[in-house]
Design a protein around this ligand. Structure first.
Ligand code: AMP
Ligand code: MG
Length: 314
């Protein structure tokens, strides 16, 4: 594994060029995007794509998002694209919106995990865009974490989780969004949100007039990834729900019961910290998360929290 840190290497362009060469040769490169770090490979090289699944331990039925550096490339990968889809890609690309469309006949199916569709997005990060351009390929990239674990927003998290399975890591810790892209089914006459993210349902309704949330059930795995356990840190995550006073009471009771020396309460809102929060890397055992309101970006945060907590409420 080669690790290039943008703040430390003399020539960042050379590092990106070397990583682009690795992509061309069918290897794996971890790179920053505005959402989370991606684990990239040549989307049209089936063996390279297979390496992503092996490195992550990702279930074979969970397809990958193809990353492009030029909006126009969407039409080379997908077909039957409605005007409202172009409206959204014009507005939000580069940015955290992935569109699921019918796959072009001559675009390799390796990224699609057996589906006739393909997910595409253009990331909003100069390093990611330069890597894609220099490689001359489209880059398939899920988040650069072992399957089921939280998506990394820092290069050191990529290294800790799966460093030895990657050929090159391009480190530049400037992720802006910090939560995975919104994934929409864009085949119909309005967006169906398969995975919530930074582009919210409210925004899409405002743009297109209508946008619905897909039922994320095991029976209807529209975005196959959503049926799996996900976003789980090693510490136990508990969601603190209820009215404000109730939440405070619950936390106080919990802290009394648990001899949580040095362990944190992570409050997202107005709840004061009862103890100094401690980094999970330092071995905290429990993370208490304050419930967030399911509106706007809160819908996406609540989704990740519920998966991390495996429905465990305080
Ligand atoms: P990841 O890149 O690991 O953060 O996850 C990508 C998400 O997009 C997963 O939930 C996938 O199941 C979903 N996805 C990718 N491609 C498709 C597709 N063709 N159809 C439906 N969902 C998709
Ligand atoms: Mg992921």
């Amino acid at each position: 594994m080669k690790f290039y840190d943008k703040d430390k290497v003399e020539n960042w362009d050379h590092a990106i060029e070397e990583a682009a060469q690795v992509i061309r040769e069918g290897g794996l490169v971890a790179f920053p995007t505005e959402t989370v770090y991606g684990l990239g490979a040549d989307a049209q090289n089936a063996q390279a794509v297979q390496k992503i699944y092996a490195a992550k331990g990702r279930p074979a039925d969970n397809p990958l998002i193809v990353h492009i550096a030029d909006k126009e490339d969407l039409t080379h990968i997908a077909k039957d694209i409605a005007d409202w889809v172009f409206f959204l890609t014009e507005k939000y690309w580069p940015g955290p919106l992935s569109v699921v469309l019918n796959r072009q006949d001559n675009f390799g199916s390796a990224v699609s995990a057996g589906l006739s569709t393909v997910a595409v997005r253009m990331p909003d990060n100069q390093t990611a865009l330069a890597l894609i351009k220099k490689s001359g390929k489209y880059i398939a990239a899920p988040s650069a974490n072992l399957s089921g674990r939280p998506s990394p927003t820092k290069a050191k998290h990529v290294v800790a989780d799966m460093g030895q399975r990657i050929d090159v890591i391009l480190a530049q810790d400037n992720v802006r969004v910090g939560i995975e892209s919104t994934v929409i089914d864009a085949r119909g006459s309005y967006p169906i949100i398969l995975r919530t993210g930074g582009i919210t349902q409210e925004m899409l309704i405002n743009d297109v007039g209508k946008a619905t949330l897909a039922a994320q059930t095991v029976e209807v795995p529209l975005a196959p990834g959503m049926k799996y356990g996900h976003y789980q840190p090693r510490a136990k995550v508990m969601i603190v729900a209820g009215a404000f006073d109730k939440k405070i009471e619950k936390i106080k009771r919990f802290l009394k019961k648990e001899p949580m020396t040095g362990q944190p309460t992570m409050a997202t809102g107005q709840i004061p910290s009862f103890r100094k929060p401690m980094s999970c890397e330092k071995g905290c055992k429990v993370i208490l998360c304050e419930e967030v309101e399911k509106k706007e970006i809160g819908t996406a945060l609540a989704n990740r929290m519920e998966k991390a907590a495996v429905k465990c409420y305080l």
